[in-house]
Design a protein around this ligand. Sequence first.
Ligand code: MN
Length: 512
Amino acid sequence: MNDKVYIFDTTLRDGEQSPGASMNTVEKLRLATRLAQLGVDVIEAGFPAASQGDFEAVREISKKVKGSIVCGLARVLPDDINICAKSIKDAESPRIHTFVSTSEIHLKYQMQKTQEEVLQIAKDAVKLSRNLCDDVEFSAMDASRTDPEYLCRIFEVAIDAGATTINIPDTVGYAIPNEFGELIKYIMNNTPNIDKAIVSVHCHNDLGLATANTLAAISAGARQAEVTINGIGERAGNTSLEEVVMSLKTRPNFFPMETGIKTDKIYPISRLVSMITGIIVQPNKAIVGANAFAHESGIHQDGVLKNPMTYEIMRPETVGLVTNKLVLGKHSGRHALRSHLKELGYELSDDELNIIFKQFKELADKKKNILDEDLEALVTEGIMRTPDIFELDYLHVTSGTTVKPAASVEILINGRSVKNTDSGNGPIDAVFNTIAKLTGTESDLLRFSVSAITGGTDAQGEVTVRLREKGILTLGKGTDPDIITASAKAYINGLNRLEYLKANPVTPPEVL
Ligand code: MN
């Protein structure tokens, strides 16, 4: 039996710290369900003390998601730990993850504490956590820039106090693979009680080395990898789940280890994370990028046709990439829709199914083949959102080579209908100007992008907008076969998210 590498997914916590990627409780719950189906060992569901919204999301996930450990993050403060314990108490297998800075630069400038003081704080925090929960992870923030001798001391104290996992984060993405591997080895050789805990690593991608550092650590003996889907996360992001998992799977001779990940669910969840967060995956991204399995060169194509292994080290099916299989069409009934949604992981109530079925029929009138991606978009738009303040009710646009683009828009504001018209440089500008007028928004539009969900000219357009108002950043998403309508939906979705964030402010957590 091979060694197991535990996969700790922090898409919902560190991933959510990506600028503008905040998710609401419904979205987090949906993602957590899919993470459990993917087979991750631990879901870091959030930072419960950071905001009421985070607390509720972690509590809901704890109640409803089965099969994975559900973990909440807490600073070493007793309040944080107590709030965290409360939020995860209904989980099948709860974990408290507490952390403190250990590097000289953080101690001196950020915390103004001595090493001895921090040792005591860590000990007390782990003890308190362990009184509240049997599964406790302790992280030494900025470990890669911490004196290794001190790291061993603090881990020894944490394990003595009851930590079952100790985590070594490269918080600022500074480590180099060989050096990081050596650090892990040093810690494993010089922490007397290290055999009583699982050694974990948490890397950031500031130098593009997060995956390499994580693999070096695994080679050196680490057995938990902290990762996110698509590598999203603070700044340049975290280690990406798909890269680590597929490296281990593709090179079993080099890594005689296993993970519990069902790799054929990787691509679908990558799409879902991109859809929910609005963070588009770069086409050349390893494993999940649009071009990851596209062979352009004639020599390569010839080889792949004769035998895929000539130029492919992995099969696209292994990561769940199936080329646009036809799923449903205009004549598909309610039952077929329900069973297909179930395969995708959505168990809908009758009311929810009615909503999606109606939208599905409308879409099928406009688009011949309804693919998995289209269904995901319908579910995203139809039922997975928090109650919206603004809703698009009617849209009419004129544009062309000889007319000044103009839009006439009707929206519902808390159910009350308002309408107006305005013009712009182009049809989308006209629509946005009209919506801005109707909603009285003060937000700036920082980015606008449109892409097609699937191939073909009848594909649904997927629009992402990035908005900022008074320092709050958010994204809006909209899909529709008509890209102007998709743009209006995206803008309105962004405005709804801004309202949500204004009502549920998040205390920016410290980095980890
Ligand atoms: Mn981090």
